[in-house]
Design a binder for this molecule. Structure first.
Ligand code: CTP
Ligand code: MG
Length: 333
């Protein structure tokens, strides 16, 4: 007999027990914000610093989770609905700025570990050390700020939904599904898109047009959004978790449909031309893109956030969805 919703909810609540004694206020990242902003100013005083990622999405900062920053020019911010350039030239310029920034960070904070990561889709520097938070810094890219603001706007409609998201994220890391762990294939960002898509399909959230999100209206450090304990002693959370798992195991038609926040209702692979043919074409160009588990990025044109999900990884995901019901998202083992 699989555990009841109440037991599932309470088990997941227990896994997050440590948060009840933690200061989750976003002010804890403000120190890191100041330090990074100072370094950015040293490279180019006209650049502005924005925070995005989980701290922005949830409006709380979990101890130990890294923070994402992006340096934006005045024009980037003013043209806050503009598309990010994905050209090699743009990437080159970004890498150049980040190279200078890395140098400044190393000079000012010589004990920190500063890594320039160039082979990723987006050039980034990864800073670990000294301070209590680690962070990633990118430059001239609005999409992270926009997609974080979009996810946040959804969670603001029903703040307790953040528990579902946090439970799913924790599970994805423990199960080896999350791209941040070896063998994983879907980022936390991708899992958040899955959570919101599920809630939209259930009518639990109202659709937001992605184009409505304008960086010009987003706070550089999004405000704190207190996290209240789940309702009804976790029963509602448990029901939501079981329903989320059932949705992706039995209802979502992965062979034909796309997880998408770009438009209300159903999006098909056919519609986006995310087909076997497109997979083969990409392979001929030396890219490995899968359209087995499709998650449309709301801002990046023609980007499948689930592109690393091979047929094998998709089966692995299904197995874990199945197992998650017995183990309350791997909180009972
Ligand atoms: N992001 C993105 N495109 C991706 C992956 C990430 O734009 N393919 C951006 C998103 O804005 C996301 C941020 O990078 O909010 C951080 O991504 P990620 O680390 O996956 O999500 P977090 O919510 O920060 O989760 P974690 O706590 O695991 O770091
Ligand atoms: Mg993160």
């Amino acid at each position: 007999m699989p555990p009841t919703a109440l037991i599932v909810g309470q088990s997941v609540m227990k896994a997050f027990q440590h948060l009840s004694t933690q200061d989750l206020h976003t002010r804890r990242v403000e120190e890191a914000y100041r330090v990074v902003a100072e370094c950015i100013t040293a490279v180019d005083p006209a650049m502005r610093l924005y925070m995005f990622g989980s701290t922005a999405v949830y409006g709380v900062h979990e101890k130990g989770s890294d923070v994402d920053f992006v340096a934006l020019s005045k024009t980037d911010v003013e043209d806050g609905k503009g598309e990010d350039a994905g050209t090699q030239v743009a990437k080159g310029l970004q890498a150049e700025f980040l190279g200078k920034l890395a140098k400044v960070v190393r000079q000012k904070h010589f004990s920190w570990n500063v890594e320039e990561v160039r082979r990723t889709r987006v050039p980034v520097i990864r800073v670990k050390g000294g301070s209590s938070v680690d962070f990633d810094i990118t430059v001239n890219r609005r999409n992270g700020v926009r997609n974080s603001a979009l996810l946040r706007a959804y969670f603001e409609q029903d703040p307790p939904c953040r528990w579902l998201s946090m439970g799913v994220k924790r599970w994805s890391k423990r199960a080896g599904l999350n791209a941040s762990v070896v063998g994983g294939s879907i980022t936390s960002y991708g899992f958040n898109l899955m959570v919101v898509y599920y809630l939209l399909q259930r009518g639990a959230l109202r659709f937001i047009q992605p184009d409505a999100i304008d960086v010009a209206n987003v706070a550089p450090v999004p405000p704190y959004l207190p996290l209240e304990p789940p309702r009804n002693d976790g029963a509602e959370l448990g029901e939501q978790i079981l329903d989320f798992l059932a949705f992706y195991m039995h209802e979502f038609d992965a062979a034909r449909h796309v997880i998408s926040l770009s438009r209300p209702g159903i999006t098909t692979k056919e519609q986006l031309n995310w087909t076997k043919n497109a997979e083969d074409l990409a392979r001929m160009n030396g890219e490995k893109i899968n359209y087995q588990w499709c998650i449309e990025d709301p801002y990046e044109l023609n980007l499948n956030v689930g592109r690393n999900v091979t047929p094998l990884k998709r089966d692995f995901l299904r197995k874990h969805l199945e197992k998650a019901r017995e183990t309350a998202l791997l909180t009972t083992t």
